[in-house]
Design a protein around this ligand. Structure first.
Ligand code: DGL
Length: 269
């Protein structure tokens, strides 16, 4: 592993650009290689085995680009494949997922409290957040619910729309979420509806978006292994996808805050 090699980031599609944006803000000097598996998205409805197989193939690509770190910028892939990826990568690169930094954050701030989680079917079914939060032994009670309509609606541009507010209300208006102190946005698309979720709770519940927490985790891991670039430069960012459509490229603005040029890399041919 070398300091001047890129950080590899992957997601099922374009949603991981919310995490990429936070990493780029915090570590502008680093080069980034992003891979969005648009040919197979959404991962949230796939089996664990399928997500594992896709993830290993993408990790191979990122390793072939000499990435010093691999960030799994997808909750569904983090819940299905993190352990496998860590074993597979070994000491060839650092591996960061989007779940552990959030679990550490809630363990530190919400001991003895009740908190909620929303995410894809895969993320919720895997129970990974609950297992990891229980392992922290902080007496945190977690209520998790799959909210599968939210990611496709965000992709269709419904963030901010009254129909989205209605769907959010319908999902969150459940007794299980009474008295929660915080809600984890357990999907990389959800930062785009953070304000709407906050409005639903009238500002009384902390809405936890992992993108910045994950970016900080990437920085501290790079520092710990003396792999953080310290030179004053603007890093390059390259964005690859396994299937290209103009619609994917248009969506990059939503998630990344600026247009990103996507390059087709047909990993499955
Ligand atoms: N990126 C996925 C996640 O964070 C959401 C989209 C999908 O289901 O692929 O879970």
């Amino acid at each position: 592993m070398q300091t001047n090699t890129p950080i590899g980031i992957f997601d099922s599609g374009i949603g991981g650009l919310t995490v990429t944006r936070a990493i780029r803000r915090l570590l502008p000097q680093e080069d980034i290689i992003y891979f969005g598996d648009t040919a197979h998205m959404p991962y949230g409805d796939k089996s664990t085995e399928a997500i594992q197989a896709y993830s290993i193939k993408i990790v191979n690509f990122l390793l072939s680009q000499q990435c010093k770190a691999i960030v799994i910028a997808c909750n569904s892939a983090s819940s299905a494949a993190y352990k496998l990826i860590r074993e597979y990568v070994g000491n060839r690169a650092l591996v960061v997922n989007v779940i552990d930094p959030m679990v550490e954050h809630v363990a530190e701030h919400y001991a003895g409290k009740k908190i909620g989680l929303i995410g894809t079917k895969q993320t919720v079914r895997s129970n990974v957040y609950k297992k990891k939060i229980d392992d922290m032994r902080q007496g945190i009670q977690l209520q998790a619910m799959a909210t599968p309509l939210l990611a496709p609606m965000i992709e269709e541009g419904y963030a901010g729309h009254p129909i989205m507010a209605q769907v959010i209300r319908d999902y969150l208006n459940k007794a299980a979420f009474d008295d929660i102190q915080a809600l984890i946005l357990g999907c990389t698309h959800y930062p785009l509806i953070k304000d709407m979720v906050d409005d639903y709770f009238g500002g009384k519940v902390d809405i936890l978006d992992s993108s910045e927490i994950v970016a900080q985790a990437v920085e501290s891991k790079l520092c710990r292994f003396e792999l953080k670039r310290e030179d004053n430069r603007q890093g390059n960012a390259q964005f690859f996808v396994s299937d290209y459509t103009p619609a994917f490229e248009e969506m990059t603005g939503l998630f990344f805050g600026e247009h990103a040029k996507l390059t087709l890399y047909p990993l499955w041919e």
